[in-house]
Every structure is written in C-alpha cells, then in structure tokens.
Design a protein around this ligand. Structure first.
Ligand code: DX5
Ligand code: ZN
Length: 231
C-alpha cells in the first residue's frame, strides 16, 4: 500500500474560510498563483453546524476570477435542495455530509446528474464503515479531522485510524477514490494524514494565515513527502 500511496500525487485545497472576506477575489487569485491545486469552499447553514458562511452567489463570483478546481464542502442539513444552484455556480466537486437529513444515494445521483463529482464527508464521531456502502458512487471521501463549523481548530489525531480504514477498503475493492482531510492541517499534521492514506489536504489557517502562500503550500507538500520517504 505504501507504494501506491507514494505514487499518488498530494493535492492542496486551501479553504477560503481563513480569507479576509473583504479581499476574497484577490486572495483567491494569489493562492492560485502560489500553486494551489483546488479551492475549498465551505458552505454552512447555521443548522447543520453552528455557523454561517457563504452560498452559491459568492461561489459564482469567484468562478469568474479563478480556474481552480472548486472543491465545495456543504455543511448543510438539506443538500438535495441546492444541487442545481451549486452546479450553476460552477462547482466541480460537491461534497455533503453523510449525517445530513436527505437520502444519500439520491443526493449522490443528483450531483452526478448535474455534472459534478460527488463527495461524502464524515464528522469525527461517524465511523469509516458508514461510507463503505457508497464508495462505488463517490469520487472523494472527506474525513473531518475537527468538528465541522469553524476554522483554526486543533487536528484530532485519532481520525488517522479512520483514514487508514477507508484507504484499505478503497484499495481492497480496487477503487480510485480520493481521500481528503479537513481541519487543523499544517506541516506537522499533514504527514500523519498522508501516511494514513489521505491524498488531498484542506488547509485554511496554515495557507491563508501565512504571509507567503507559495511558501506555505510548498511546506505542506514537502512535509508530506519527507514523512513518506522516512517511513
Ligand atoms: C471547518 C471547515 C474547514 C476549515 C479548515 O468546518 O470545514 O474547511 O476551514 O480550517 P483550518 O485549516 O484552519 O482548520
Ligand atoms: Zn471544509
């Protein structure tokens, strides 16, 4: 499995939650120039999580200024009702939570029907096995390494077991599913997540909170590489 992991290219998806929202477009362009692979867009409804953020309108405006893969993370109770709006806004990947109130298979099928890649996310208390029945229908599993709702929280190390369980099942079934990790990712925690089998790193504070985005992204990439070679 280590060989397969070593061949898998690590992608960095900076989260706009850590942006200065008065300069959002400018900071997104800067992070694109700095070498980000994707842009992580956190959508919160004040119900599924105790916080509010952005919706399809802001994403549509960003689409006009960015060519990055739009990696949208819905922390909302009823994703099914908003799929069309996020497709029209220009999202590429649409991830929602398995703990939401809508039918999971139907929501995944609708996302695909609207031309986006479906992702499924799990909160820290939800086991990896909850995702297993849907692995054949998703492009990406998103493992939350903090309780969703806020940026700047500490990485929960116990989630590495969940990442490994998912990667083992994906490999066992011969699938090509991405595993993204989200919450508390920096140069010290990135290697733990990568070594466990993740291949996409969401990074809010550690990229947008840095003076030099390119340096922060480079640090994340080399931290991930160093650890894999050492092991
Ligand atoms: C939290 C969001 C994250 C958040 C990550 O609910 O899903 O994407 O922005 O922020 P950091 O990297 O600062 O933990
Ligand atoms: Zn997120």
């Amino acid at each position: 499995m280590q060989d397969a992991l070593a061949r898998r290219q690590v992608k960095i998806s900076p989260s706009i939650l850590a942006c200065d929202f008065s300069r959002l477009g400018e900071q997104v362009s800067d992070v694109e120039r700095a070498g980000a692979d994707m842009l992580h867009l956190d959508v919160m409804d004040g119900h599924f999580v105790p916080n509010l953020s952005i919706g399809p309108g802001v994403i549509k405006s960003l689409r006009a200024v960015s060519g990055l893969v739009f990696d949208t993370h819905l922390m909302i109770t009823h994703p099914l009702a908003y799929i069309k709006a996020f497709a029209e806004a220009g999202c590429d990947i649409l991830t929602f939570h398995i703990e939401c109130a809508d039918n999971i298979s139907r929501t995944l099928a609708e996302i695909q029907k609207h031309g986006m890649k479906p992702g499924l996310s799990v909160k820290p208390n939800t086991p990896a096995s909850a995702v297993f029945p849907y692995l054949g229908d998703i492009a990406m599993a998103l493992v939350m390494t903090v309780e969703p709702g806020f940026g700047g929280q500490a990485f929960i190390g116990e989630m590495c077991v969940k990442i490994s369980e998912l990667r083992e099942e994906i490999t066992r079934r011969g699938l090509n599913t991405d595993i993204e990790v989200d919450g508390g990712i920096d140069a010290s925690t990135a290697p733990l997540a990568i070594n466990s089998g993740a291949n996409i790193l969401v990074a809010g504070s550690s990229v947008f909170g840095a003076e030099d985005y390119a340096h922060a992204i480079k640090n994340l990439r080399s931290a991930a590489k160093r650890r894999r070679i050492k092991d």
